[in-house]
Design a protein around this ligand. Structure first.
Ligand code: ZN
Length: 231
């Protein structure tokens, strides 16, 4: 663990004096066809949901139509569909289904349960979760507005006074530390931890509760675009 941290730190500092990259630009020698170009700049992954009554070919056609509108060619669309399998597996929650789909490197489809009335415990956990999420978002916005609206912002750590246009909030472009007050950072971290904890408790509760029921189900599909290029 320590070694990994040191390596990351090392690469962070060497970034400025790295030699110009040669290997990454080899692709530009051969221009992409427009359809490849479109696919490369579209999306990395996409989630679709379909009613259980739909045949798999119909689902594929619908998704393909959408991709063609986005500029994908048929060849590119077929590459996205490579590996797509409609698995007869029913997950207890949508989150559980997404977790499963993300563990598979290619496009894939499973089902998850729908229409189950949540238990009182789930309702109360969800209410608390929404409240805390709301509080986190309002507080963060408030603190950022307070700190980053003036034309010059001072850093509490390195004491630099920086022109607002050079800052990507909340980090100081000089020392790289969070420019907001320690109290604000602490409060935000605590709220984030609470939100994470409530999310996990809600999800655990929902999985356990839903596992006792059978009933409505829906398809969920994760399309993976192997042609996507990170910018
Ligand atoms: Zn600083």
């Amino acid at each position: 663990m320590k070694r990994k941290a040191e390596m990351e730190e090392g690469s962070l500092f060497s970034q400025t004096d790295m030699p110009p990259k040669g290997t990454e630009n080899t692709k530009t020698a051969q221009p992409l066809r427009p359809a490849e170009e479109a696919a490369a700049h579209a999306w990395k992954e996409k989630i679709w949901e379909f009613d259980l009554t739909k045949p798999s070919q119909w689902m594929k056609d619908t998704m393909k139509e959408d991709m063609l509108k986005e500029g994908f060619g048929k060849r590119e669309a077929n590459k996205v569909f490579k590996g797509l399998f409609f698995k007869e597996k029913v997950c207890n929650t949508r989150t559980q289904a997404l977790e499963y789909l993300k563990s598979i490197p290619t496009s894939y489809a499973v089902k998850y349960k729908i229409g189950i009335t949540p238990s009182p415990k789930m309702v109360s956990l969800e209410k608390r979760l929404r409240e805390k999420e709301e509080k986190l978002s309002t507080y963060t916005k408030e603190q950022n507005e307070k700190k980053f609206t003036a034309p010059f912002v001072s850093c509490p750590h390195c004491k630099s006074r920086v022109n607002r246009s050079f800052i990507h909030p909340p980090l100081c472009p000089v020392c790289g530390k969070d420019m907001r007050s320690d109290t604000a950072v602490k409060n935000i971290t605590t709220l984030e931890e609470t939100v994470r904890d409530l999310k996990k408790r809600y999800e655990d509760t929902a999985r356990k509760y839903n596992s006792k029921f059978t009933g409505g189900e829906t398809w969920i599909i994760r399309l993976v675009n192997p042609l996507y290029e990170e910018k």
